[in-house]
Design a protein around this ligand. Structure first.
Ligand SMILES: [Zn+2]
Ligand SMILES: [Zn+2]
Length: 429
């Protein structure tokens, strides 16, 4: 699982030039003597649980070693120290025997075991690990190539935008082969190409005319421009150094997040040993509302419509309710709380009236200060007239209208300001 708040990861290095390596090792020594304060829990250091498998350990190590790599953190001694500790933790946890000893006897046990001779004193060069992951050759520095960003669209229900929610989503992407650590080689061995001697390019001569040659630089056809070849291809990736895999990501939908918001997972795009992975960008949009199976999916709120911080709802009233009042509606909001709408007897609601209920709209995203924490809910009233009536009811109503309309009538034409046709005389209540 990868969290969306990942720190920007370091470019995938191709190796280290000697000057850099020497500089780094001397800085490393300083760091170690100046800041060493005793070992930390290896699992905690890598952000893992005790039952993590090799794949998780490798993954954690890969991303942390990029994050704390000295090139990413120039002049930051604590990052350098971290980098070394992470390498040490990885070294132990990835070795089944050492891991077992560590689980049972802790740091002391591992130390004793290593001093017992088999491991040669416990000192190690973090760059060994590093080169294991990132292969040899090439240059390590700024201005590396970067892969394209990957875009995914994720639909979440309106309710999640209201209450906030955690989701997991899966992305099928290109990842560095775990089996060969991106070397493409079964035994981790890459040999310098015999044709181009590691340059990746060869000079070819073309004869343009007898005695006249043109020299052209071409990509080496033996190694495909990589400068190195592999005798025993990795079985998992077939020497391609990358495989396709499904990875899970954690998505935290924040309360009130706007639709269309982009959540960036830095350097989580397609991986390759040849470039720095681009970002994975998740676009959040709102799912079409549907009546789900769970109770929480059956609220009125499920069918609220949203525009920015406002929510909209259409409430239907019968003729009697609109006209005579004396009614109550309990709207269940997106989180299940009830918004009560009502009118006393005698309170008329005209069709098309919009009632604004403050504080019942969307939460304000990342609310700060004293302003309102929520937008408003806009309730539009629609009045439905009965189109079939019982005969006796119809008769009663008719008589009632007849009785009162002449007494208390309103002249609609006079009110409307339109020219009065002749003959006038249609009164209505
Ligand atoms: Zn492989
Ligand atoms: Zn070659």
């Amino acid at each position: 699982m990868i969290s969306q708040r990942t720190d920007k990861l370091l470019a995938e290095p191709q190796g280290l030039d000697d000057q850099f390596r020497n500089n780094y090792i001397s800085r490393l020594v300083t760091t170690l003597t100046a800041h060493w304060s005793g070992p930390q829990d290896y699992y905690k250091l890598l952000g893992l649980s005790k039952d993590s498998d090799d794949r998780q350990i490798k993954k954690a190590y890969r991303s942390l070693s990029k994050k704390y790599h000295p090139d990413k953190n120039p002049d930051d001694d604590s990052a350098h120290q971290r980098f070394v500790e992470i390498a040490e933790a990885y070294d132990v946890l990835i070795d089944p025997e050492l891991r077992k000893i560590y689980d049972q006897h802790g740091h002391e046990g591992v130390k004793q075991h290593q001093q017992g001779g088999q491991r040669g004193g416990g000192g190690h060069d973090p760059f060994d690990l590093f080169s294991r992951f990132f292969g040899g050759g090439g240059h390590f520095g700024r201005g590396q190539r970067r892969g394209q960003n990957m875009e995914v669209r994720i639909n979440v229900p309106l309710r999640d935008f209201y209450t906030g929610a955690d989701h997991e989503f899966k992305v099928n992407k290109q990842v560095i082969c775990e089996a060969c650590e991106g070397s493409g080689s079964e035994d981790g061995q890459r040999d310098t190409c015999h044709k181009c001697h590691g340059q990746g390019m060869v000079i070819q001569k073309h004869m343009l005319a007898p005695g006249i040659f043109q020299q052209m630089q071409m990509q080496c056809d033996v190694c495909g421009g990589r400068g190195s070849t592999v005798k025993h291809k990795c079985k998992k990736c077939g020497g391609h150094r990358v495989v396709r895999a499904e990875e899970s990501f954690e998505l935290h939908v924040e309360r009130g997040m706007p639709q269309g918001v982009r959540v960036t997972y830095e350097n989580e795009g397609d991986e390759s040993p040849d470039w720095e992975a681009g970002d994975l960008v998740a676009h959040l949009s709102e799912k079409e509302p549907e009546l789900g199976k769970e109770d929480k999916e059956k609220t009125d709120g499920t069918f609220f419509r949203r525009k920015d911080q406002s929510l909209f709802w259409r409430e239907v009233l019968s003729l009697r309710e609109a006209w005579m009042g004396g009614w109550t509606r309990n709207l269940t909001h997106l989180d299940g709380h009830v918004v009560r709408l009502s009118r006393e007897r005698g309170q008329v609601v005209q069709p098309g009236t919009v009632q604004i209920v403050e504080g019942e709209g969307m939460p304000i995203w990342r609310h700060e200060g004293d302003g309102p924490e929520y937008g408003a809910l806009h309730v539009e009233y629609v009045v439905v007239l009965p189109d079939a009536m019982e005969k006796s009811f119809e008769q009663d109503m008719w008589n009632t209208w007849e009785k009162y309309r002449k007494k208390k009538g309103v002249d609609l034409f006079a009110d409307s300001g339109r020219p009065i046709p002749k003959p006038s005389g249609h009164d209505e209540l």
